[in-house]
Design a protein around this ligand. Structure first.
Ligand code: GRF
Length: 217
C-alpha cells in the first residue's frame, strides 16, 4: 500500500496534528505524516512532531513581503518532501486562491463548527450567544472562500445549559480528534469523490467504515 505523503500545517497548540500523527502510526493507515509546517516558529505543536522524528519547518509569514512570497517558500518545502496531501490543523493564515486551486481536493481543513454555520473565528462563543442546542466540527476540502468547500465529515455535540466557550470547545475538540484522522484516511485511500459540492465514498455500501460518526453526548 502506498501511504500518501501528508503535510500538516499548524500555527499553535497542534492537538489535531497530534491526533493525525497518532493515527498514522498504524501501519495500515493510508497516509504518513511527512512534514509538519508552522507559520509561527514558537508553535507548541512543533516540539511534539520533532520528538516523533517527523521533519518540521517554520516558515515565519512575518518575514515575507506578501502571501505569494510566503507560499513560494512553502511550495519549495512541499516539493522537497514530495507532499501529496495537506491538512490544515489550526493554521491561522489564509492561503491564496492560486495555492488553494493548485492543491484542489488534496487540501483539507478542520473547523470548530457545523459548517455552513459559524464560519470564521470565535465559533463557540457565537454558538452559545445564539442559544443553539447542537454544535460541532467539520472537516472539509479547502476552496478559495474561507470555511467553505465540500464537507468530508462532521460530528455534533449537545450544548449543555452550563456550558462556557471553554467547556464547549473542549467537548468539540474531542470529536475533532476523532473525525480528522477518519477524514484524512478517506481522502488518502482515494475513495472519496466530489460532485456538485458533495463528497461521496466509493463503495460506501460495502464493508468500509473508517468514518465512525460519534454519538451526540
Ligand atoms: C481547532 O479547534 C481547529 O478546529 C481550529 O483551530 C483549533 C486548533 O487546535 N481550526 P489545535 O492546534 O489542533 O489544538
Amino acid at each position: 500500500m502506498h501511504r500518501k505523503r501528508t503535510a500538516i500545517f499548524i500555527s499553535g497548540r497542534g492537538s489535531n496534528m497530534r491526533a493525525l500523527i497518532e493515527a498514522a502510526r498504524a501501519p495500515d493507515y493510508p497516509a504518513m505524516i511527512a512534514l509538519v509546517l508552522s507559520n509561527r516558529p514558537e508553535a507548541e505543536g512543533l516540539a511534539f512532531a520533532k520528538a516523533e522524528g517527523i521533519p518540521t519547518a517554520a516558515v515565519d509569514h512575518k518575514i515575507y513581503a506578501g502571501r505569494d512570497e510566503f507560499e513560494k517558500s512553502i511550495e519549495v518545502l512541499l516539493d522537497l518532501h514530495r507532499i501529496e496531501l495537506i491538512c490544515l490543523a489550526g493554521f491561522m493564515r489564509l492561503l491564496t486562491p492560486h495555492f488553494v486551486r493548485a492543491w484542489a481536493q488534496r487540501l483539507i481543513n478542520i473547523h470548530p463548527a457545523l459548517l455552513p454555520a459559524y464560519r470564521g473565528l470565535h465559533t463557540h462563543e457565537r454558538a452559545l450567544a445564539d442559544g443553539v442546542k447542537i454544535h460541532g466540527c467539520t472537516v472539509h476540502f479547502v476552496v478559495p472562500e474561507m470555511d467553505e468547500g465540500p464537507i468530508i465529515a462532521q460530528a455534533a455535540v449537545g450544548v449543555h445549559d452550563d456550558d462556557t466557550p471553554e467547556t464547549l470547545a473542549a467537548r468539540v475538540l474531542v470529536q475533532e480528534h476523532l473525525i480528522y484522522p477518519a477524514a484524512l484516511a478517506l481522502v488518502a485511500c482515494g475513495r472519496l469523490h466530489v460532485s456538485d459540492n458533495r463528497t461521496h465514498i466509493d463503495g460506501a455500501d460495502q464493508d468500509f467504515a473508517p468514518l465512525q460518526v460519534p454519538k451526540i453526548d
